[in-house]
Write a protein that binds this ligand. Structure first.
Ligand SMILES: O=C(O)c1ccccc1NCC(=O)[C@H](O)[C@H](O)COP(=O)(O)O
Length: 201
C-alpha cells in the first residue's frame, strides 16, 4: 500500500512521515497556503531517504518550470492538479500522478489517456484545485471503471476513515493533506495515526 502525506512544509512533519512509514511525501509548488519554494523543498528533501518518493504538486504549470524544479529539488514524481492532458504528462521527465475530481461518482472517461500514469481520485476542484479536505461520494463510484489502473484515493481522508476507503476501493495508495492537520498545520499525531491505520487496514 502506498501512503502519501501531502502538503508537507516543515522539517518535523517530513521526519514524522518518514519515521512512520510513508511511501510518498508531497510538496506543493502551486499557489496555496501550503506552497513551498524550490529552495526550501530542496532542504526538506534532505530528510527523505531515497526509498521514499518525493512528489511535486503543480497546477497548469509551464513544463520547463516543472522540469527545472524536478531537477533542483530531486523530485521523483510530479502530481498534476490542473487541466493538463496526457501528452503534457507523457513529456515530463519523471512519472506522473494525475488528479481527477470525481463528481456524482463518475470516473471521467479521460482516465483512459492516462493508463500509463497513476491516477489520484479526489474531490472536484471548487475554491481550491486540491487539498480542500472535501470528499467525493464513495458509494456512487463504479469501481469496475478503475480495473487495470493504478490509483490513489484522496480527498477528505482522515485517520478515522482511511481504513473504510481502503476496504471500498482496494487502491494502490491513499493520500492525505487536510486530514492530518490541526488548525491548518500538519499534526504529528494525526500523521502517525493515518499511517498506522492505513497499514492495519
Ligand atoms: O494542498 C494544496 O494546497 C494544493 C494546492 C493545489 C493543488 C493541489 C493541492 N493539494 C492536493 C493534495 O494535497 C492532495 O493530494 C489531495 O487533494 C487531497 O487533499 P485533502 O483532501 O486535503 O486530503
Amino acid at each position: 500500500m502506498w501512503i502519501k502525506i501531502c502538503g508537507l512544509s516543515t522539517e518535523e512533519a517530513v521526519k514524522e512521515a518518514v519515521r512512520d512509514g510513508a511511501t510518498h511525501v508531497g510538496f506543493v509548488f502551486a499557489k496555496s497556503k501550503r506552497q513551498v519554494t524550490p529552495e526550501y523543498a530542496k532542504y526538506l528533501a534532505k530528510f527523505v531517504p531515497k526509498t521514499i518518493k518525493k512528489v511535486g504538486l503543480f497546477v497548469n504549470e509551464d513544463p520547463a518550470t516543472i522540469t527545472e524544479i524536478v531537477e533542483k529539488v530531486g523530485l521523483d514524481m510530479v502530481q498534476l492538479h490542473g487541466q493538463e492532458n496526457s501528452e503534457f504528462a507523457d513529456n515530463l521527465p519523471v512519472p506522473v500522478i494525475k488528479a481527477f475530481g470525481i463528481t456524482d461518482g463518475k470516473i471521467p472517461d479521460e482516465i483512459a489517456d492516462f493508463k500509463n500514469h497513476i491516477l489520484l481520485l479526489d474531490a472536484p476542484p471548487a475554491q481550491f484545485a486540491g487539498g480542500s479536505g472535501a470528499s467525493f461520494d464513495w458509494d456512487k463510484v463504479d469501481l469496475a471503471a478503475l480495473d487495470g489502473y493504478r490509483f490513489f484515493v484522496a480527498g477528505g481522508l482522515t485517520p478515522d476513515n482511511v481504513a473504510t476507503a481502503i476496504t471500498i476501493f482496494q487502491p494502490n495508495g491513499v493520500d492525505v493533506s487536510s486530514g492530518v492537520e490541526t488548525d491548518g498545520k500538519k499534526d504529528l499525531v494525526k500523521i502517525e495515526k493515518f499511517i498506522s491505520n492505513s497499514l492495519k487496514a
